[in-house]
Design a protein around this ligand. Structure first.
Ligand code: 5AD
Ligand code: SF4
Length: 476
């Protein structure tokens, strides 16, 4: 079904309608619990990126509001949801593997309900395969109708028949739904959905649809609400945050939004993800530099160190432009941490192209990088390009790339050794007596401490650099 985004009034009315479904589900769940003599449990597994992680927090929030108890053990759950990713082939395979396991659990627990949602479900051939070969899946919905999960949840548990609901675009945004945050002290905030870029290797524009930016006043209200609920760190989320607001009748820039977010009283740290080099403006670099709340870290995916490949990837920048951005960023914020995404083995990649990538990594001196072996995605232009790189060549290059990134990461990490930095303590370490947190530059620090420190920002001396992370201690 082809749909387009509804008006603000219609959005509000739909949100109310869904809230009513939550209330109805809650009564039904109570009834079921009385019959069974035990609570109903739910479990949500996230595959993929930060956007999916945020969507899962909404799914968990709806389960909780509808009376389900969260469990970390999917085998004991009454309702299991996999929020899937399809950016690379191995993400798909991972889901199929886990489904095989769930099938064996469900054979012994026939009332178990299994739901699938997220990016994989927007691909027709995948839904066909699940319908045919995974008949034990009870609910399938996509990226465009998360807003109606309360309604789908009730239908699935009441009607006990398979429900498949997938849309081609977003009529209602999944805002105003209850949220169960993973961390009480930090949160993602969606500022936009979808992507208009059509990089030739990437499936995201096909499964997440066209860019839709949320109104700035709604985003700011959400940030204020989160801060009053104890959040100190916000991550503004979008596939390409640098093109935020460009589709409004009166365009509104991401830099302006960032400045407004920084004014929210009580907020201590702001991060954002992901930036596209073609849209990174001077205004944004200024807004970052003038606001100490903005973490000194930028994730700036480069994808490849060869102009020829960047062109074939449809990235709309060349290496000279990318290096100019790096220079401007370092001039404005000399200690900034830079991280990136790199694809190895894109169709037609030669040894010379790949050596360009290694040179670029050394030249920029990344703090870290997410590296991926190119994965052919059905329906993308790159899938039918000639000269697909043989697996063994791609793997050998991948290993060389990892070794080079390890070198630059170690060099970069060492630059703060001995300094005192603010650390947001996030969790207890597996090692007793230690806690783990992050500095603004996003580097991980382990330090002596206890649960009372979780969620607090404390000054920490970065005593020893261990390659990718630090050992530190609270500095008094
Ligand atoms: N193969 C390998 N990596 C990919 N990415 C996106 N699509 C593919 C693909 N087909 C990587 C890009 C992107 C990150 C989120 O995933 O590097 O920045
Ligand atoms: Fe995919 Fe490119 Fe959009 Fe990122 S910018 S989501 S890589 S199409």
């Amino acid at each position: 079904m082809q749909t387009s985004l509804k008006s603000i009034e219609e959005q509000r009315a739909e949100a109310l309608r869904q809230t009513e479904f939550i209330a109805e589900t809650r009564s039904y769940v109570l009834e079921l619990e009385q019959t069974l003599g035990r609570p109903l449990k739910s479990n949500v597994t996230t595959f993929g990126c930060q956007m999916n992680a945020r969507d899962s927090e909404k799914i968990r929030g709806i389960f909780a509001a509808a009376g389900f108890q969260n469990t970390d053990n999917e085998d004991e759950a009454d309702f299991v949801i996999y929020n899937t990713c399809t950016v690379r082939e191995n993400a798909d395979q991972h889901v199929y593997g886990r489904l095989g396991h769930l099938n064996s659990v469900k054979k012994k627990k026939k009332d178990m309900v299994i739901g699938l949602c997220g990016c994989m479900m927007q691909e027709k051939h995948i839904v066909e395969k699940i319908k045919k070969s995974y008949s034990f899946v009870d609910l399938i919905f996509g990226t465009h109708n998360l807003y109606e999960f309360p309604e789908l949840l009730l239908k699935t548990i009441r009607e006990k028949k398979r429900i498949i609901e997938i849309l081609d675009s977003t009529p209602y945004l999944p805002e105003s739904l209850p949220v169960s945050r993973k961390y009480p002290f930090k949160s993602g905030v969606n500022i936009m959905y979808g992507c208009n870029n059509f990089c030739t290797y990437c499936i995201v524009p096909y499964v997440r649809g066209r860019e839709i930016s949320r109104r700035p006043e709604e985003i700011l209200q959400e940030v204020r609400n989160l801060v009053s609920d104890g959040v100190v760190e916000i991550m503004l989320l979008g596939q390409n945050v640098n093109s935020y607001g460009k589709t409004f009748e009166e365009p509104y820039s991401f830099a302006k939004l960032l400045r407004e977010v920084c004014k929210v009283p009580g907020l201590r740290r702001v991060r954002f993800m992901t930036s596209h080099p073609k849209d990174l403006s001077d205004e944004l670099i200024e807004a970052m530099a003038e606001n100490p709340l903005v973490c000194r870290h930028l994730h700036l995916p480069v994808q490849a160190g060869s102009d020829r490949l960047l062109k074939k990837m449809n990235r709309h920048y060349d290496l000279a432009h990318y290096m100019e951005l790096v220079k401007k960023l370092r001039e404005a914020m000399p200690d900034i941490s830079l991280t990136t995404d790199i694809i190895v083995g894109f169709p037609g990649e030669t040894e010379e192209d790949f050596e360009g990538t290694l040179r670029l990594v050394r030249e920029v001196g990344y703090d870290s990088a997410f590296t991926f072996i190119y994965s052919k995605r059905t329906g993308t232009p790159a899938a039918s390009m000639p000269d697909q790189v043989p697996d063994e060549v791609a793997h050998a290059r991948f290993d060389r790339l990892l070794a080079t990134i390890k070198e630059t990461a170690e060099e970069q990490c060492a630059r703060f050794e001995g300094q005192v930095h603010d650390v947001l303590v996030e969790e207890l370490n597996k090692e007793p007596g230690l806690v783990t947190g992050r500095i603004g530059h996003n580097l991980v620090v382990h330090l002596p401490g206890d649960a009372s420190m979780i969620g607090k920002i404390v000054p920490v001396r970065l005593r020893e650099c261990r390659g990718f992370y630090y050992l530190g201690e609270v500095a008094f």
